[in-house]
Design a protein. Structure first.
Length: 290
């Protein structure tokens, strides 16, 4: 059990647990992908099912990895609540310490072998993220943060770097990251928004993992991220990492649902006012229910 016991709310101890369990889960994902989706694997048959729409997949590795996370947290933090993408939560309470888990953020990328998928683990206290880790599985990068203590990325060779978002000050020179929903109605609205934004910014990227998008804001690889319909497990760790790297963030409620379609926004401070004004002008701060 971690120093300080399973009842501690110390953000440093929670951060240690987040990094530890996310790193272990990422190892499982890294091991299992070639076993399940390798060219000669027989496990691929029946390994993928659909959730909200036929284009919204969940794989056997998603469910396995959430079980890895839950089993570790049951040992390290047995009295804490858990909200996971695949198994949900026992109740909607946000009181006390709650772990918010995304076993594979970027499942479509994972299935296709596109190296942009992550394990995301956050500890929240009374609905506010106070510690989190996002592990870029393919690149073996561990992004993490603790509230008030900054954000870092640790590389596979063990070197660690402090994260700081970009110093961009002109929204017309901003590189944006975004993502799209699974339902056709939401996608149609998102496409219309993109058509209005694209002429007014440097460019737009669609990576396929909101958790990694938010970490890219933290590292300065992109200048801002916005997306509608994210669930708490998509942003709980990444938004904290971006915020601790200096980004200005705007988040849905702690128990928001994807169906409500609220906007999640993270942006470099030098463009925050102008970018929010731009989003508002094209209706991108309004929810897009799905």
């Amino acid at each position: 059990m971690e120093p300080g016991g399973s009842n501690t709310r110390d953000v440093g101890a929670l951060h240690e647990v987040a990094v530890r369990v996310a790193t272990r889960a990422a190892e499982h994902v890294r091991l299992r992908r070639p076993q399940v989706f390798g060219g000669s694997s027989s496990e691929a048959d029946g390994a993928v099912q659909s959730k909200s729409t036929p284009t919204d997949p969940v794989t056997v590795v998603d469910t396995e990895t959430e079980r890895v996370l839950r089993e570790m947290l049951a040992e390290l933090r047995p009295e804490d609540a858990i909200l996971g993408e695949e198994e949900g939560s026992e109740d909607d309470s946000i009181d006390g310490v709650r772990w918010v888990l995304d076993p594979i953020d970027g499942t479509v990328n994972f299935m296709y072998g596109i190296p942009a998928y992550a394990v995301s683990v956050a500890a929240q206290i009374d609905g506010v993220s106070v510690a989190g880790a996002v592990v870029d599985v393919a690149s073996e990068l561990v992004y993490s943060a603790a509230l008030g203590r900054g954000a870092t990325v640790q590389r596979a060779d063990g070197t660690r770097e402090q994260l700081r978002c970009s110093g961009v000050t002109d929204v017309s020179m901003a590189l944006l990251a975004t993502g799209f929903g699974y339902g056709s109605r939401r996608r149609a609205v998102q496409g219309a928004i993109i058509s209005e934004l694209l002429p007014q910014v440097r460019d737009i990227r669609r990576i396929g993992s909101a958790a990694l998008d938010l970490c890219m804001v933290a590292s300065g690889a992109v200048d801002a991220h916005f997306e509608h319909g994210l669930s708490p497990w998509d942003w709980a760790a990444g938004a904290l990492i971006a915020s601790e790297a200096g980004a200005v963030i705007r988040l849905p409620g702690a128990n928001s649902t994807s169906a409500q379609g609220a906007a999640t926004v993270a942006m470099a401070p030098g463009i925050s006012d102008a970018f929010l004004a731009l989003l508002r002008s094209v209706g991108a701060l309004d929810p897009i229910p799905g």
